[in-house]
Design a protein. Sequence first.
Lengths: 178, 829
Amino acid sequence: MASRTASLTPIEAAKRGDESAFELLLEPLLDQAYRLACGLLHDHQAAEDAVQEAAFKAWRKLPQLREGSAMRPWFFAIVANECRSVNRSRWSSVVRLVTPQRASEPQDEAIVEGIELRRTLRAMDEDKRLVLVLHWYLDLPVDEISAIVGISLRGTETRLLRATNELKRRMEAYRGRP
Amino acid sequence: MEDLSLRPEFHRALDAVAPPAPWLSDQVRRELRSRRQLLERRGWRRVRLGPVLRPRTQRFVGAVLILVLALAAVGASVAIYRYSHQPVPVRPHSGALVRECGQGSLYMVDANTGWHGTLRTTDGGTTWLDVAPPTPTGTVKGGGAVCALDSDRAWVTFGIGTIAYQPDHLAVMSTADGGQSWQQVASIAVGFPVSWRNNFSVEMNFFDVTHGWLLIEYAATPMMRVLFRTTDGGTSWTVVSSSAGLGLGDMAVGCSQNGMMFSSLERGWLAWDCSRGYGEDQTSNSSVIAFTNDGGRTWARMNLDSYPTGRTCTATTPVFTLTHGLLEVSCLGAGQGGWDAVYSTTDGGQNWAAHVLPMWTAVDLLDGNTAFYFEHVGQGNTLHRTGDQGQYWTVVAGGLFSGSTVGAFTFVDQSNGFASISSSAIPWWTHDGGKTWTAVGGHRQVGSLTCTLPSDRPSGPSVTGVMMVTSTTGWASGARRTTDGGATWLDTKPPQAKYSTSGYGNFFLDSVHAWVAESVGSQTACADHFVVYRTENGGSTWHEGAHVPIKVQGLDASDGSWSIRIFFLDTNHGWLRIAPIYGLAPVGEQGPLYRTVDGGRSWTFVASQTAQAANGCIGRGDFVFSSATTGWMSAGCGNGAPGPGLHILVTHDAGGTWALQSIVTNYCNIASFPDGCDAPLPIFFDDSRGWLFDPSGPRLLMTSDGGETWSVHGLPQLPTYACKGKFGEPETCSDQSVVSIGFINPDEGWAIIWQNSASRIVRMEQTVDGGRTWNPVSSNLIGSSALPDVAQGSLRFMDQTYGFLWTGSRLLKTVDGGQSWSEVQMKYR
C-alpha cells in the first residue's frame, strides 16, 4: 500500500471529477466485471465491450452513487444491465449462430459438461442466470448479490435456490437422470 | 451432476469463455480518457468513439499477421513432417502394456491399488488417502501435475512463484514408496513470463523409472511449448525442444492439454481436448493429436482417416500392447450430434484404422487390443467389448444402470472394473468382465436418496489445524492429540456415529476437554440430527450426547450435507451452529444456533436464522463467546447500509438476538472497503478483557469492559522503502503485513510482521504494555519466505518462553521467547 495523503476519499474525489481517483476505484473491479460479463454473454469480445461501456456509464453516473454505498455492487449492476442490452441487440441481429443444441443422444459427460452448462445457462432467463453467475462463478456473498440485483436478501436467497434447482433439473434432464 | 461439483463446474465452464484480457485495464482507461475528452469538447451528448484502431480491429490485424507468418512456416513444417513420419522401431517396454501414467484421472494399477491424483487406494477404491507431499515453500496455484507410474512410484510438480497461476519455476517431487515419503528432486525454470490460469498447463509422463518428459504449454500468441526430458528419474531435466510451439504452430490453440505419453524412448504422443480450454469456437477442423519419432525433438500433427470435419474434437493418448495400440477420438458439432471412434494400430503407431462407434456414452481402452464402450439404449445401458482392436464388438450385458447414464468407467483387467453412474455418488464395480455391477461402500441409501457420507472428517497422514494448548499438549483436526510437544500425534477421535453423514466440527478447550460434533441420519433420513461427543480426559473416553433434531426453516437439505461450527466458553457453556451446504459452501446464512449449559449433554434451540441484524448485516462463519451471555459473530455487511467502520455482531442474551456493533467508525481503509470491514473475531482473556486484530487497517484493538468499547493500540512499524507507483513514478511505500499476533495476557504479546519489499523483511517484535510499544526480537524467523502465508491466530505463546507457530503445514517451536525457532518433526500414528 503506497503512502498517499488526501483529504477526500477516492469516491468523493471521483464524484468531484477526479479522473485518476475514478480509475483507482474502477481498476480493481475490472477483472471480476469482465468475468461477470463473460459469464453472462459467453462471448469475450462482447464482454470486453460491455465492460468498457459500463465503465463509461459508471463514470457518467457516479454522482448518483449514494453516499456510503459500495462501488462494486453498483458497478456490477451496471455491467449486468449492459450485458442485458448486448444480449437484446445481439439476438435481434444475429451475428453468429449460437443456437442451443438439443442433444439427440447421450454423450460423454466429461466432454460436454462445460458446453452443456453454458447451454443450460443460456436457456435460463436473465435474472436467474445473473444470480447463478454471481454466486457460483464470482463467489460473491448473497448480501452483495442482493445489492447487485436490487432485491431483498430473502428474495435473493429464494431466487438463487430456485435458479440452482432449475439448473440442476435441466442438467439432469439432459444427462438422462429421472 | 452432484452438488459438490457445481462450483468447479461453473469455473470450468465459464473460465473457458473468459480468455485472458490483460490489456483490458489499459484499454478501458484509454477509452475513458478518449471519450471524456470528446465529451468535454461536445458536451454530454452520447458518443461512441475509440482509438484509431478499435481492439477488435487490432486483433484482426494481428491475426492476419499471424496467418502470414504461419504460411511462411508451412514449408518448414512439411520438411519436419517428412522427417518425423519415417518409420522407427518401437522399443518394447519392460512390460507388455504401455499407457500414459496416471494423471489427474483415476488410474488403477491393479484390482487393489490405484491413484486419483495424489489420492491413493490399496483396497480397491473403497477408501482413499491423500498421500500428497508437503507443499513446498513458495507454492502458487497453477503448474501442478501428477504422474503415477505404478503402485509405488509417482512424481508431482508444484508451481513456485509469488503470483497465483504465474509460477516462475516448477518443483518436481518424487516418491518410491506409495507416497509415504517424498523428495524434491528438481527445480525447473519456466523460462518465460506467464499470466492467467487457463492457458498455462504442465504435462508429465514417465516411460519407466528413469526416463520421463515434462511439457510446459502456455497458450499465447505465438504458442509456447517447452519440452524437457530426464534420464535419471527426474533429478535433472534438459530441454528437448523449445522451438515455438514444438513446431506445431497454432495447432489445438485454445484447447486443453489432454495427455502426453511415450510408447518408446523415441515415439511419443500429445493429445488435446478441444471441448475444454479458453475459447468457445476455436477448434473446429483442427488436429488434436501430435506425435514425435525422435524423443520429442520434433513433432508433427497426426492425420487420421475418417476424422470428421467442422467439429470440436478430443483425443486420448494411445494405449499399447507391444506394437498393438488403441486410441479414442470423440467430436461434437452444432446440430450434428456426437461422433466417436476407436483407432487401432498394429505397427506401433505408424498407421491407424478407424472404427466408428454407434451411439455411445463412454469408452475405455484396457490395452492395445481390448476396449469397452457403453451404449445408452432406452432407459438402460449396454456394454460392448472388443478383443481384436475394434473389428468385432460383442455385447457383454444389456439393461445396466436403468434410468442412469454412465459418466466414465475403467477396467483394471479383463474381469475387474468400475463405473461412475449419474445417480450414484460412489463407483460401481464389476468382477466378471462387466456382466454384473454392484455399488460397494461409501454411501447409504435411504429410499430413493443416496446419502452423502462423511468426507469432511479429517483423515490421512497429514496433521492439520494444529492448536497447541500447553508446552507439550496440543490438538489437531479430527481430534488428534499430542503430548510431546507436537512430535507424535495419536488418533483420539470418538467412534463414528451410526448413520453419520457429511457434517463435522470439533473444539478443543484445553489439554483434556474437547468436543466433536457430527450430523447423523436415521433409517428414514440422510441427516436430520446432530450429536456431540465430549471428552474430559484428552480423548481416552468419549461420551455421546443427545441426538438433537436439526431445525432449518424453508430450506431443503435432504441430501444431508452440513457445516458445523462449535465453541465452548468453559466446560459447561457451549454453542453450536449448523448450516446446510449447498454446493461447496453453506448457503443463505440460515444456520440455526443451539446452546448447552451442561457440557454438551443436552442442547437447546436458541435461534433459527442466526444473527440477522439490522442494517442488512448477517452473521456468518465463526463465533466466540466471552461470557455465558455475551458473544460475537463475524458479520457480513454488504449493500452499503452500515457505512464505513469495523463491523461485528454481538449478542447479550446467549445468542437469542444479535445486534450490529461498529467497533470503530473512523478506521478501516475506506478506499478499499467503502462499505466498512467485517471485523475478525475477538479473543478474550476473561469476560472483560480481550483483543482484536483488524488486518484491513491494520489495527490492534483492545477492550477492558467486555467489548463495550475498544481502543486502538499500536503495531510494530517497519521502515518505508522506495517503490514505483501505478504508472512507474517513484513513490515511498510503507506496506507491511502482520503475519500473526499472539498474547498471553493483556500486556504481553508477540507479532510477526512482513514487508513485500525487495528484501522481503520478516521481523518478530514483542510488547509488554499491550501493544503501546513494540521492540524487535532477534529471531531466526527473519528471512523465512514461508511466513506470509501463515493464518492469523497461528502464533501461540504459552508463557514468556514457550511458543508455537503453525504455518499450515509445519509446526515451529521456541523455548526462548521467540529468539530461536526450530521445526517440530511431526509424525502421525
